[in-house]
Design a protein around this ligand. Structure first.
Ligand SMILES: Nc1ncnc2c1ncn2[C@@H]1O[C@H](COP(=O)(O)OP(=O)(O)OP(=O)(O)O)[C@@H](O)[C@H]1O
Length: 263
């Protein structure tokens, strides 16, 4: 779906991505991890064409992005949806109006259809219908994320880019959001690229994980491959103190389930 080869991206005298290779496969949820400040957001923004690359190739839907005309580029932009880290809803617009922004930009629809489609997206992300006319300031953190997701889905994208979608949510809210993304991915056949620091998301929602370190992919594969890696950062990330509280060994987890079940 997306193929990145030898990608180099930098700012002034700092090179952030140093010959990075990555494939995002159709209909998978790919989790993207790595230490802070390594360039996860920079990669996302480069894939979206918001940051220029120094060299390398990016193919999206089989097309080399360097060879696209402006019109072709706009067609591709309609095929992806984006949810940035800072929610980024327009604060002066209601949820419905926010969702309709990309629709108005790319489609020529009647007001009646715009309302109908917005209503549908609101329902898809599990918000109540009355959320439509609320302003972002009237919503909880979890509802804002859902509204931003509804806007990312506005044009029925094939690929969804999520930059730390669960940051700022409590564990229950984060878990519910992961479940929502996984359900939407399955029912709509979406391809999802998700930058995350959330270990729970990696365990429960992601089909594959790619880890960034020193400007390149240091490991790529299902969670088991991450757990087996002996790269120092991956070891401390997946086997550290925080990780151990989540990655309960299976036997212990089922035993605990039994005990809780009895109680
Ligand atoms: N527009 C820019 N101009 C100059 N430097 C930038 C720009 N955007 C990002 N950088 C730098 O690139 C590096 C990577 O930043 P990026 O935000 O991608 O990290 P990250 O891996 O997403 O971190 P985090 O996990 O903390 O969000 C940082 O050192 C950042 O300062």
């Amino acid at each position: 779906m997306i193929r990145v080869r030898d990608l180099v991206v930098g700012f002034n005298d700092r090179t952030v991505l140093k010959g990075l290779n990555l494939d995002i496969r159709r209909a998978e949820i790919l989790g993207f991890v790595g230490p802070s400040g390594q360039g996860k957001s920079v990669l996302t923004r480069t894939l979206l064409g918001l940051v220029p690359k120094r060299s390398g190739t990016i193919e999206v839907f089989g097309e080399d992005v360097d060879r696209l005309t402006l019109a072709q580029r706009r067609v591709i932009e309609r095929r992806w949806g984006v949810l940035f880290q800072q929610g980024a809803l327009f604060s002066a617009l209601t949820v419905k109006q926010n969702i309709q922004v990309p629709m108005r930009e790319h489609l020529n629809l009647s007001e009646r259809l715009l309302d109908e489609f917005a209503r549908l997206k609101i329902e898809m992300v599990g918000l109540k219908p009355d959320a439509a006319d609320k302003l972002p300031s009237e919503l909880s953190g979890g509802m804002i994320k859902r509204a931003a997701l509804a806007r990312a889905l506005a044009l029925d994208p094939e690929v969804l880019f999520l930059d730390e979608p669960t940051s700022g949510l409590d564990p229950i809210g984060a878990g519910e959001f992961d479940e929502l993304v996984a359900t939407l991915q399955r029912t709509l056949g979406l391809t999802v690229f998700m930058v995350t620091h959330d270990l729970d998301s990696l365990y429960t929602a992601c089909d594959r994980i790619a880890a960034l370190g020193d400007g390149q992919i240091i490991a790529e594969g299902p969670i088991d491959a991450m757990l087996a890696s002996d790269h120092p950062w991956l070891r401390s990330y997946f086997h550290g103190k925080r990780a151990r509280s989540i990655a309960v060994p299976e036997a212990a987890a089922s035993a605990r389930g039994l005990v809780e079940g009895v109680a």
